[in-house]
Design a protein around this ligand. Sequence first.
Ligand code: SF4
Length: 227
Amino acid sequence: MNETDAAQAGTVLYGKAPLDILRWAYQTFGDRVTIASSFGVEDVVLIDLATRVYPRPDVFFLDTDLLFHQTYQTMQDVTRRYPIAMRRIRAGLSLAQQAQQYGEALWERDPDQCCFLRKVSSLNRALDGYEAWITGMRREQSATRAHIGVVEWDEKRQLVKINPLALMTTGALWEWVRLNHVPYNPLHDQGFPSIGCMPCTRAVAAGEDARAGRWSGFSKKECGLHE
Ligand code: SF4
């Protein structure tokens, strides 16, 4: 599939239910598509849906070694509950090696470099050999995601990128969680709509953008995985 095919698929699938988009993804790519999960609520809903249309979908998780213990617990809950093939991708450098080469607490001085070392380079390894990847991104999450498509062409990686939840509202998402008893990260109940690494995530106040708690104090809005 190329850029034109991806754009056409995006037009055809726009407005379709997430389950229908996932069915198309697995019919088209089978084992050559993988789900990116950081075990936020969107990702777990995505896994819940994917396991309804495909046996043992492939899921990868970028472990930066800096995640909340609640995130690791959610990963365990999800892998126990759902039949998925889980790949835990570690950063190429340990935290000690990173501190030695780039100095202590790189995230406080240069979060772009830190995200590159601990996330983006891991993503490139995680996607090696795949033709498409699926994300839990939604338009409502932030201004930077307000125009994402249902199916897109990932120019940087020359892959198809599928966002089945792009049009799903926050209300519909949580309704699915409640109705289907989907396990989720308890931090979501403590003011964390978006959960990343511990040093770069804070709770948000009422009325703030859902991703306002990420890299607070920096102009940075995305970790580089979706740019
Ligand atoms: S979110 Fe923060 S700690 Fe995690 S990789 Fe990016 S800069 Fe580093």
